[in-house]
Design a protein around this ligand. Structure first.
Ligand SMILES: [Zn+2]
Length: 160
């Protein structure tokens, strides 16, 4: 095998002895075993997410983050910040990006991010568009509905 044949799987841990190759021409950069692991994790992952966001004076929800502090950094005042549960919904008025369990997504695996009131705004987060990212197995656009759970408390964070 020449060095040009060496095409490591994206599931290979850098510096690990567990080095293996991706499938030839694999668009997701994975081997079959890592792809199966990703698919199983995606299938088992919860399809609802709790985050914080700002509720504007006209009732719009924006700046979704897992920590109140970050919503405040986007200009939200604590009294306008609420805890919400997001769930996929065909008639939802929000769109976001759901990270797959692809190894390159690291700590974002299974999370939703880039949540906006228009699908095009999610699209614009990706220089080559979401279709290219989806093809690479990195995630997908999800249409979401938000349920307000209650007011946020100072310095609250999900999982922390
Ligand atoms: Zn692999």
């Amino acid at each position: 095998m020449t060095s040009s044949d060496w095409n490591p799987c994206d599931g290979t841990t850098i510096g690990s002895s567990d080095r293996h190759q991706r499938d030839p021409d694999a668009e997701d950069g994975l081997c079959a075993a890592c792809r199966a692991t990703m698919a199983a994790a995606d299938a088992a992952a919860p399809r609802s997410w709790v985050l914080f966001c700002e509720r504007t004076k006209d009732g719009k929800l924006e700046h979704f983050y897992p920590a109140v502090r970050v919503v405040e950094m986007c200009g939200g005042k604590l009294e306008d910040i609420v805890r919400v549960r997001l769930e996929p919904a065909e008639d939802g008025d929000l769109w976001g990006w759901r990270y797959s369990h692809h190894p390159v997504n690291t700590t974002y695996r299974g999370q939703v991010s880039m949540i906006y009131s228009r699908e095009m705004l999610v699209e614009m987060c990706f220089p080559y568009g979401t279709a290219a990212e989806k093809k690479r197995g990195r995630g997908e656009i999800v249409r979401l509905k938000a349920e307000i759970l209650g007011p946020a408390k100072k310095n609250e964070a999900i999982g922390g």
